[in-house]
Design a binder for this molecule. Structure first.
Ligand code: GDP
Length: 297
């Protein structure tokens, strides 16, 4: 994947130079670890996360018998891989399902992060993969274009949309849930309004929707191409709405995506999906080990 090409090749060359040594010493190890830290920082991985990553790698290498093993390079690579999986969250983390339907899923994030597109993608995914019957709630009430966009996307996948004339997001959310109950639909996906920057009004509104419909799952959507802003926005949203999971969008982009990879470790919430294009099928559940494999070759 283009986003991590540079990181991949830098880590590979760091490990290769270690493998090229006639005898691996703790000096070589320290040098390689430093090189990996530089590669992570160049890829825009959060400073604290990069530091923790490399400290862990070094500690594990020193604490094991890597230096005396038959194949130290390979063992070193395995440790780097394990740490990469760890910062990405170890296990696949699924979204919640309510004991009593409907399952209510709240979608939050900045404007342009990909909320509306993701809402439709998620509806498609749940319908196709999990045999669910979702309804989409158009709670991004300030931009008529957002409602139209949601309706168009929903039309492609034959999923109903609940919307009203009034600019009342809380009401849309609540009524969509009632509608789901009366139509026996098992899932409500609420697409909320975002702004260009974190601000109080947006946060208040999302928090109000949260308290009025008590979602089973709150997903924070973030554009992986926005660098350290992605991490800061994640922190701000997490403090206000205490979300359950992260969705990384635009992972098909060509900017450095290291910041997005840091979110999991910074806010300690799992990444649940990643989005890799504008089309509705460009969505996949997030598997930490698969992405680590892709990054580390
Ligand atoms: P919202 O304002 O948060 O609802 O964002 P939108 O869903 O309207 O998305 C903003 C723009 O990003 C649109 O042009 C989408 O087509 C595009 N977009 C969303 N997700 C992805 C993605 O994963 N990859 C790419 N390349 N574009 C995306």
């Amino acid at each position: 994947c283009v986003m991590f090409e540079d990181l991949s090749s830098k880590i590979e060359s760091a490990v290769q130079s270690l493998k090229g040594q006639a005898r691996i010493t703790d000096v070589n190890i320290a040098e390689t670890v430093r090189e990996i830290r530089r590669a992570l920082l160049d890829a825009d991985v959060n400073l604290e996360v990069a530091r923790r990553f490399t400290d862990e790698v070094k500690e594990r290498v020193m604490g094991s018998d890597v230096l005396n093993s038959v194949n130290p390079g390979q063992q070193f690579t395995k440790i780097v891989y394990d740490e990469m999986v760890k910062i990405l969250g170890e296990e696949r983390s699924d979204i919640a399902v309510a004991h009593q339907p409907p399952t209510v899923i709240l979608i939050a994030g900045l404007q342009g992060s990909g909320k509306t597109t993701f809402s439709a993608k998620l509806a498609r995914y749940l319908k196709q993969e999990n045999n669910r019957n979702p309804i989409l709630a158009a709670a991004d009430v300030y931009r008529p274009a957002a409602i139209d966009q949601l309706k168009t996307l929903a039309g492609e996948i034959d999923v109903p949309v609940y919307s009203i004339e009034q600019k009342d997001a809380v009401r849309v959310a609540k009524e969509a849930v009632s509608m789901a109950k009366s139509l026996a639909l098992d899932t409500v996906i609420i697409d909320t309004a975002g702004r260009l920057h974190v601000d109080e009004k947006m946060m208040d509104e999302v928090a109000e929707i949260k308290s009025s419909v008590e979602p089973d799952e709150i997903l924070f959507i973030v554009d992986a191409m926005t660098g350290q802003d992605a991490v800061n926005t994640a922190k701000a949203f997490n403090e206000t709405i205490d979300f359950d999971g992260v969705v990384l969008t635009k992972m098909d982009g060509d900017t450095r995506g290291g910041a997005a990879l840091s979110i999991r470790s910074v806010v300690e919430k799992p990444i649940k999906f990643m989005s890799t294009g504008e089309k509705l099928d460009a969505l996949s559940p997030f598997y930490p080990d698969r992405l680590a494999q892709r990054i580390l070759g």
